[in-house]
Design a protein around this ligand. Structure first.
Ligand SMILES: Cc1ncc(C[n+]2csc(CCOP(=O)(O)OP(=O)(O)O)c2C)c(N)n1
Ligand SMILES: [Mg+2]
Length: 356
């Protein structure tokens, strides 16, 4: 299988002729810290959902390397279009995790200003972010900006028409965009084998741009491959499709029960390829990190978990009227009518101790 790998599941560093990577102990520790804090934050979000503090949560468990590696390959002036599971990428862009939780708590319409960190809003509908990304990338070219766009999608989304259209527009316009597919093997309960008969990365050939498959549980390979693709894009050489071969170790979302459709043995097989474990093994074997480093990091992770836990619980319920604002720039008759109906409904509970 053509799979770019720089760090084996056993934690051994290997070279790849096309993707040389020089990463010193400090950078390696930094990547591990990113992955561990992201994992801890993600676990806290699952717990908060179970406690009724969030409406839903889509965990990234197992995909930390794909997200931290690719996210850390971006420059501040690059622009990222995520789906709904890109919590690790958000972390690398400097988005406060509390903002992500606010969206899944349902107290805001998106949660952050996309231009603050060049990290677009989460998009639940699968497919459209790629079109948005290509349009944005074409705009960058017109402005002569010299930055690139990184766009995320899943194996399931790869079957959407939007994705094919995005590939066409990116190819013929030589747009500075990198399509990053996290092939985590599942689209809810549908296996990737129901989406495609050919490896996803090979589809790029039909559109006339390069496609590469990378070990999605190898943070170094994801970093090197994405960095190279973004450099190509910034240099005016057009799009690249990256397929990060990984695995969704948890359920699709907190509302899903994966034991109904997949075997425990499959999960166990991927647990052995854990992205954090292999980097930890490498750091220890090389003497790049000691037990004090891991102990301090564990404490930092607990502090982060405490901060998001307290922060989420303190989030005020929004004014229900907010739901109708920002739908259109100008007042819209239908929205106004719906707002009035809802206000009348709310009024029925007046004096009942503050419903809504
Ligand atoms: C256009 C559209 N159809 C259906 C859905 C419902 N849906 C939500 S997530 C999902 C599966 C997506 O799988 P994949 O693209 O592999 O991403 P993953 O969740 O595995 O990260 C589906 C079908 C949706 N959000 N958008
Ligand atoms: Mg998937």
């Amino acid at each position: 299988m053509d799979l770019v790998q720089l760090l084996t599941p056993e934690g051994e560093r290997v070279d790849h002729p096309d993707y040389p990577l020089r990463a010193g102990p400090r950078e390696l520790r930094g990547l591990y810290r990113d992955m561990l804090l992201t994992r801890r934050f993600d676990a806290e979000a699952v717990t908060l959902q179970r406690q009724g503090e969030l409406g839903l949560w889509a965990s990234l468990l197992g995909q930390e390397a794909a997200q931290i590696g690719s996210g850390r390959a971006t420059r501040p002036d690059d622009y990222v279009f995520p789906c709904y599971r890109e919590h690790g990428v958000a972390w690398t862009r400097g988005v406060d995790p509390l903002n992500l939780l606010g969206m899944y708590r349902g107290v805001n319409h998106g949660g952050w200003d996309p231009d603050e960190n060049n990290f677009h809003l989460y998009t639940i509908v699968i497919g459209p972010p790629l079109l948005h990304a290509v349009g944005y990338a074409m705009g960058l070219t017109r402005e002569g900006a010299g930055s690139a766009v990184l766009s995320y999608f899943g194996d399931g989304a790869s079957s959407q028409g939007d994705v094919a259209e995005a590939f066409t527009f990116a190819a013929v316009n030589q747009a500075p965009v990198v399509f990053f597919c996290q092939n985590n093997q599942w689209a809810i309960s549908t296996p990737a084998s129901h989406q495609t008969r050919t490896p996803i990365f090979r589809r790029a050939e039909g559109w006339g741009f390069p496609g590469v498959r990378v070990d999605g549980n190898d943070v170094l390979a994801c970093l090197a491959v994405t960095r190279s693709a973004l450099e190509r894009a910034r240099a005016g050489q057009g799009p690249t499709l990256i397929e990060a071969f990984t695995y969704r170790m948890g359920p699709h979302a907190t509302s899903d029960e994966p034991r109904r459709y997949r075997a425990d043995a499959e999960v166990a097989q991927w647990e052995a390829k854990d992205p954090l474990l292999r980097l930890k093994t490498h750091l220890l074997a090389q003497g790049h990190a000691d037990s004090a480093f891991f102990a301090e990091l564990a404490e930092e992770a607990e502090q982060l978990a405490r901060r998001v836990r307290d922060g989420v619980r303190a989030m005020p319920d929004p004014d229900p009227d907010q739901l109708f604002r920002h739908v259109y720039v100008d007042e819209h008759a239908q929205v106004r009518e719906e707002q009035q109906t809802y206000q009348a409904y709310q009024a029925m509970f007046a004096g009942e101790g503050g419903r809504g």
